[in-house]
Write a protein that binds this ligand. Structure first.
Ligand SMILES: Cc1cc2nc3c(=O)[nH]c(=O)nc-3n(C[C@H](O)[C@H](O)[C@H](O)COP(=O)(O)O)c2cc1C
Length: 268
């Protein structure tokens, strides 16, 4: 029998290697491409996840409510205890018509609005001020000029969410002062609370007598604001002398809302 020479065997092995290489090389190339693609997808997933986490950390959670509804400003939580007693506030309360130029804090505005019409019993919806038949005919607007953290503008107080809803932008206090027969106190305040009433809410139940009730209610709410302002070191005055139509127009009130009082507020 003719034996194969060593050189031949080497050649055969080379042929086999080349042949096998021809089959296996494309397979390993395909595999490495697949791994590369998987790595690419994983890298993209990791980058997106890192981006989302960084975004969530940069955004202040307190800003989110503002971002969801840019028209609405959630007010700072109110305090239920203060520096002076009710007796002290009653004894020192006066109508103040001159204020310093210092800004008023949004937390102080929050406190004043709460004192006027804040909800103190969420289940029943009852508020800081009494209301005939708990019908709550009063609406409160805020004309802001120098309030820290609040752009100049007119806002409407929403007692349910303890929030302010934007009505219009800009400083309306000079115009409001003119409407209040030129009273300087209105123009000098850092802000002004403007009380309006929807008489129907009360007269539907109580008839003509409901008008009297609405006027009693604005008095009660205004006194709450006086006492709260005193406790915060702020000055205020209730103003009843003004042109109704002009005030309604400047503030941007609803047709069925009648303006009843303006209370400018500022640092004493
Ligand atoms: C219904 C009502 C309307 C008022 N209107 C005005 C007003 O338009 N301008 C003003 O400067 N003060 C006004 N005041 C405030 C009173 O002038 C003030 O309460 C009064 O002088 C007593 O002072 P006191 O609040 O410091 O105790 C009004 C008060 C009430 C109760």
């Amino acid at each position: 029998m003719k034996r194969k020479r060593v050189g031949d065997r080497k050649k055969v092995q080379r042929d086999i290697d080349e042949h096998v290489g021809a089959i296996t090389r494309p397979q390993s190339w395909w595999l490495s491409m697949k791994i590369r693609n998987i790595l690419l997808v994983l890298t993209v997933i990791v980058l997106v996840a890192v981006g989302v986490i960084a975004f969530l950390q940069v955004i202040d959670p307190d800003d989110i409510s503002v971002m969801e509804n840019t028209e609405s400003v959630i007010l700072p939580e109110v305090k239920r205890s203060g520096g002076i007693s009710v007796e002290e506030a009653l004894a020192s309360r006066r109508s103040i018509r001159e204020y310093s130029d210092a800004p008023v804090a949004l937390a102080q505005i929050s406190q004043l609005l709460w004192a006027a019409q804040g909800i103190t019993e969420p289940d029943s919806g009852k508020r800081t001020a009494p209301s005939a038949g708990a019908l709550y005919p009063l609406e409160i607007y805020l004309a802001a000029r120098n309030v820290e953290g609040l752009p100049q503008g007119v806002y409407k107080y929403d007692p349910n969410d303890h929030a302010l809803n934007t009505i219009k932008q800009g400083d309306v206090l000079p115009a409001l002062s003119v409407a209040a027969l030129g009273q300087q106190a209105v123009e000098e305040g850092a802000a002004a609370l403007v009380f309006a009433a929807v008489y129907d809410r009360t007269t539907q139940k109580y008839g003509e007598r409901g008008i009297r009730y609405v006027h009693m209610e604005v008095g009660a709410a205004a006194e709450n604001v006086y006492l709260q302002a005193e406790s915060l070191g702020l000055g205020t005055v209730i103003i009843g002398a003004f042109d109704d139509d002009e005030v309604q127009n400047i503030i941007g009130m609803e047709e069925d809302e009648e303006p009843l009082a303006i209370m400018p507020v500022g640092k004493q």
